[in-house]
Design a binder for this molecule. Structure first.
Ligand SMILES: [Zn+2]
Length: 271
């Protein structure tokens, strides 16, 4: 399955709360051409938002994927399962409502009738048990990697998040990145302060501001794009290093130290 149909994955966002995206992954071979009416939902924090979209677009729920336990990613699980009775998959080491099938690194989740399969990657850092789903050239990474930024440390450690981001950034450049929040513009404002001479980040910020002004999502991103504009993936860049050192007021000797300083700096950054 992997490697085939890689460019045909159809994914649509359901906006929820202030800035969450609940992603709908449409089935690939749902009895006939261009019939994407059965969907798998990722991180349904809000059951109502999902239900409304499914009903409006005449879609049927086939499964639920959870990346981590936070309520804005899991709050709708029980209500959706009550209505559709579909399998729920979630991280092995976190407590998720609805008692999901526990999955972890190296395992695969398959939805045979939809022609979908996803590999599980452990990506601790934002939370300690956070996982990501990778398949069909698409990455569903919850609150681990954002466009232009990364998740806060809310349970995991900086070395864990650093290692997780390194793993994700080693994926093929064309991998589409479906993050769980619309944080891109705020992240890029920080990116442009951390690396003011990055013309790609400046141009991307302008583009994303235009999209947001039209109420359009800035996502998905790609791994290739993130490597060009995301300071958390660019600690080897001289400007990023110097900016981080300037912020903490002393030399930083390793990539991890630079990453940790950036993460701490971003926590207090106001554009
Ligand atoms: Zn979270």
């Amino acid at each position: 399955m992997r490697g085939s149909l890689v460019n045909s994955l159809h994914v649509t966002p359901v906006p929820a709360f202030a800035d969450n995206y609940i992603w709908l992954i449409h089935g690939l071979n749902d009895q006939g051409l261009n019939n994407h009416s059965r969907v798998v939902v990722v991180d349904p924090g809000d059951a109502q938002a999902v239900k409304q979209t499914l009903i409006q677009r005449r879609l049927t729920l086939a499964g639920i994927l959870i990346t981590h336990y936070h309520a804005d990613h899991t709050g709708g699980v029980i209500e959706l399962v009550e209505q559709w009775n579909v399998p729920v998959y979630g991280p092995a080491n976190e407590l998720i409502p609805g008692s999901p099938i526990k999955v972890s690194e190296g395992m695969e989740v398959r939805f045979e009738q939809l022609g979908l399969s996803f590999d599980i990657i452990d990506v601790p850092g934002h939370t300690e048990g956070h996982i990501a789903y990778l398949g069909h050239n698409a990455l569903f990474c919850g609150d681990t990697l954002f466009s232009g930024g990364c998740g806060r440390l809310l349970g995991g450690t900086a070395p864990q998040l650093w290692q997780s981001l390194n793993r994700l950034s080693a994926l093929p450049g064309e991998t589409r990145v479906y993050c769980a929040h619309e944080y891109t513009v705020g992240n890029l404002m920080f990116a442009c302060v951390a690396e003011p001479d990055n013309s790609a980040a400046v141009a991307y910020l302008e583009n994303c501001q235009r999209l947001r002004a039209e109420d359009r999502p800035t996502l998905p991103s790609t791994i290739g794009n993130e490597l060009n504009i995301n300071p958390f993936l660019r600690v080897k860049n001289g400007t990023v290093k110097r900016s981080a050192e300037q912020h903490v007021g002393h030399a930083l000797d390793s990539d991890l130290e630079i990453f940790t300083a950036l993460r701490e700096w971003k926590n207090h950054f106001r554009s």
